[in-house]
Design a binder for this molecule. Structure first.
Ligand SMILES: Nc1ncnc2c1ncn2[C@@H]1O[C@H](COP(=O)(O)OP(=O)(O)OP(=O)(O)O)[C@@H](O)[C@H]1O
Ligand SMILES: O=P(O)(O)O[C@@H]1O[C@H]([C@H](O)CO)[C@@H](O)[C@H](O)[C@@H]1O
Length: 158
């Protein structure tokens, strides 16, 4: 197993693994199906807000419930987590099967919760929870006009 895969942790281990990370801890979540420049730039910016970055990845079943398409995700959870773990910006990767990452946030209690600028941090349960316990939230502006959905459209049109 490549060394970077040790960054993948189970939900049961999450609290203990987060406690061992350098602080401040930043947490974000998402699907990260076909990784693109928008994702990696955003993850590097999220990591730069603190000393460690935890990424919670949606399970395949929870991606299906998001309604991105019957064929999504293209990459399985195990593959998406391995690709995320290989990034320099990422300290820890954990899966979540719920509709939102609220419970992951309450278990990990990050100092900072980050999400792309397409989200209103005060309107999403993860952002509301972090603000309620006195943590910080950060909405990171999009720097590159990229998305997994756009990439798929390009591939299918060719
Ligand atoms: N181009 C981008 N720039 C900055 N952040 C991004 C960009 N695309 C996605 N993100 C952020 O990355 C996280 C994961 O996004 P997601 O996997 O939904 O990306 P996506 O490519 O837009 O996917 P999809 O097309 O399947 O909706 C989210 O927090 C989102 O805000
Ligand atoms: O990759 P996406 O579609 O940006 O990730 C989703 O983010 C949602 C957000 O945190 C608001 O709650 C989350 O609920 C959803 O499960 C995906 O992770």
């Amino acid at each position: 197993m490549p060394n970077f895969e040790t960054k993948i942790c189970s939900r049961a281990e999450l609290q203990a693994r987060v406690a061992a990370l350098p602080k401040p801890v930043v947490l974000t979540n998402g699907v990260f199906d076909i990784l693109h420049r928008g994702h990696v730039t955003y993850l590097a910016q999220a990591r730069a807000l603190g000393a460690s970055l935890v990424v919670a990845a949606n399970t395949d079943a929870s991606v299906k419930r998001l309604g991105k398409g019957d064929d999504r995700p293209l990459n399985s959870l195990a593959d998406r987590m391995a690709v995320l773990a290989a990034l320099e910006s990422v300290s820890l990767v954990v899966e979540f099967d719920e509709d939102t990452a609220l419970d992951v946030v309450l278990e990990a209690r990050p100092d900072i919760y980050a999400k792309g600028g397409d989200y209103d941090m005060t309107a999403i349960p993860e952002g509301q929870a972090v603000l309620a316990y006195g943590g910080q939230v950060a909405a990171i502006d999009f720097e590159h006009d990229r998305s997994t959905t756009k990439l798929l459209k390009k591939v299918r049109a060719s």
